[in-house]
Design a protein around this ligand. Structure first.
Ligand code: SAM
Length: 252
């Protein structure tokens, strides 16, 4: 049984889907948005090349819900997502992976909290020990193909996974949404390893091509208006997704 916030017909009788909407309590969503607007107003810099308001809110929301003991971020760039994680989860261990750390780049501003651990190694090479991964969440914002990433997470025993750029439109990595769009034959196998699959909805219209969800709000909420952001950029939909993997069995 896969719990998800939209229905999907896999043409496979061994599958059952349960459609649930964890975002349906609009008052609770509004409260989360108000909290997040206050945080966003204190952002250390205006991000470029990474998550902006809409995706950052989705990330913040998922992190608050999951509350992992350890968070591994694969793909940190200037560290804006790390700032969200550092702010949302002050007691969570942070591990940040990105080859950008060995490049001679000078960002005008970046966020690298002293309490986070850093590595330029790829996630697949980290040899994480099981006590760490059992209560860890991994955030993939590294533009790598999703199937090997999920297999690597499963092999480490990580169950909570957040994906950015789980997108419909073509790009240079393969996303779960791409596989769904193609009705790819791997989907039954992929979803046999997934317990929960929640795509974060758009905050307001318009809805991106291929997105199966309605926006949470019809119009831009007040707290967001008050931030005076460029909403065309800041609300660009990046298909932020949370999924929970089933534990690996000896037969997997
Ligand atoms: C979109 S940026 C990340 C944005 C960041 N999370 C933020 O919120 O601003 C993608 C990053 O993935 C990194 N990347 C590329 N290959 C990677 C890999 N194999 N492992 C980890 N990061 C990788 C790039 O260097 C780049 O910094």
């Amino acid at each position: 049984m896969v719990k998800a916030n939209f229905s999907l017909n896999l043409n496979d009788e061994s599958f059952t889907w349960q459609v649930v909407d964890p975002f349906s309590d609009r008052a609770a969503m509004e409260q989360h948005l108000n909290d997040f607007c206050q945080l966003y107003a204190q952002r250390p810099f205006d991000n470029t090349g990474g998550i902006l308001f809409g995706s950052a809110f989705a990330y913040y929301y998922f992190l608050k819900k999951i509350h992992p003991k350890t968070l591994i971020e694969s793909g940190i760039w200037r560290g804006f997502s790390t700032w969200i994680a550092d702010s949302a989860l002050p007691n969570t261990n942070l591990m940040c992976l990105d080859p950008v750390l060995m490049m001679p780049l000078q960002f005008e501003a970046e966020y690298r909290p002293a309490r986070a651990g850093y590595s330029t190694q790829d996630f697949s090479c980290m040899n994480f020990y099981s006590e760490l991964t059992e209560q860890a969440c991994v955030f993939f914002d590294d533009h790598q193909n999703v199937m090997p990433r999920l297999e690597q997470a499963m092999n480490y025993g990580i169950k909570d996974v957040i994906l950015d750029d789980n997108q419909y439109e073509p790009t240079y990595h393969e996303s779960i949404t791409h596989l769904i769009k193609q009705n790819h034959p791997v989907l039954p196998l992929l979803f046999s390893h997934i317990e929960d699959y929640y795509l974060f909805p758009p905050l307001v219209p318009p809805v991106a091509e291929g997105c199966p969800l309605q926006p949470i709000w019809d119009t831009v909420p007040e707290c967001l208006q008050a931030l005076h952001l460029n909403l065309d950029d800041e609300l660009r939909y990046t298909w932020m997704t949370y999924l929970r993997l089933k534990p690996k069995t000896l037969l997997d």
